[in-house]
Design a protein around this ligand. Structure first.
Ligand code: DGL
Length: 275
């Protein structure tokens, strides 16, 4: 790929399903000139209850698919895949691959004053302990409390944000977190930012809520700049966004239209097991 075609090449973003759209939304906001190819693994979601080996295999297949789209960089929007597969896949391919854990951890280390940070995520992410390890590598004085909140994912997917049961489940999971003196908490799962206002209402203003998507988009911008791969928008008048899934394209498209700031007209199904 020449320098100019590399600039206009898309960014590949993937997730286990719809949740990664919260990361795409942030990339679109911060990097409006970039083209994006998104893959949501809707046939095999959730990743949060699967083994490391399986998540690595799924991630490898998706990266191979995204490479057929000539992406110039890949963002693993899924916290579970970032936590369990990033280290394994990063050096396997000849393009930069970013995850969401390091940016999220860094934002929390910067946000905490009393050096006590909470992390909420899927079972797999919490069991991996990757957030704690990453935060403590950045600042060994920070104490980290992690908590898995697996029911948050189906609540978001079923559109239960305003339902009374969501408030009860937030309380059920976060009561112990609220009782600690953490002053920052990472939303360490793609879906949780979609419950942010409810989580904020329950936790109050004392705890700063950290969404890794914001810092991830900033890291992506820094990386593109450093490698002279930023799309300056001179070649493409309008950014192109393409969406692919492994199943249930129409359901995905409807959900995407509730999250994205533009109309998602089309979503295509890919046989990801073939990659
Ligand atoms: N995308 C996943 C994450 O951020 C949540 C959904 C799942 O379990 O696959 O961890």
């Amino acid at each position: 790929m020449g320098v100019e075609s590399k600039k206009s090449a898309p960014i590949g973003v993937f997730d286990s399903g719809v949740g990664g759209l919260t990361v795409v939304r942030e990339i679109v906001r911060q990097l409006p000139n970039e083209n994006i190819v998104y893959f949501g693994d809707t046939a095999r979601v959730p990743y949060g209850s699967k083994s490391r080996q399986t998540i690595i295999r799924f991630s490898e297949q998706i990266i191979r698919f995204l490479k057929t789209k000539e992406v110039k960089a890949i963002v693993i929007a899924c916290n579970t895949a970032s936590a369990l597969a990033l280290d394994a896949v990063r050096d396997e391919y000849d393009i930069p691959i970013l995850g969401v854990v390091v940016p999220g951890a860094r934002a929390a280390v910067e946000a905490t004053v009393n050096k006590k940070v909470g992390v909420v995520g899927t079972d797999a992410t919490v069991q991996s302990g990757v957030y704690t390890k990453t935060i403590r590598e950045m600042d060994p004085a920070v104490e980290v409390i992690e908590k898995a909140c697996p029911l948050f994912v189906p609540l978001v997917e079923e559109g239960f944000k305003e339902h009374v049961v969501t408030r009860e489940i937030i309380e059920y999971y976060l009561e112990s977190m609220r009782a600690t003196d953490i002053d920052a908490m990472i939303l360490g799962c793609t879906h949780y930012p979609l419950l942010r206002s409810k989580i904020r209402a329950y936790l109050g203003d004392r705890i700063q809520i950290v969404n890794p998507a914001y810092e991830t988009a900033m890291d992506l911008r820094a990386l593109l700049k450093e490698q002279a791969m930023e799309n300056d928008g001179t070649e493409d008048r309008k950014s192109h966004y393409e969406f692919f899934v492994s199943d249930a394209a129409e359901k995905f498209r409807k959900f995407a239209n509730t999250v994205m700031p533009f109309d998602v007209p089309e979503t295509n199904v890919v046989n990801i097991e073939g990659y």
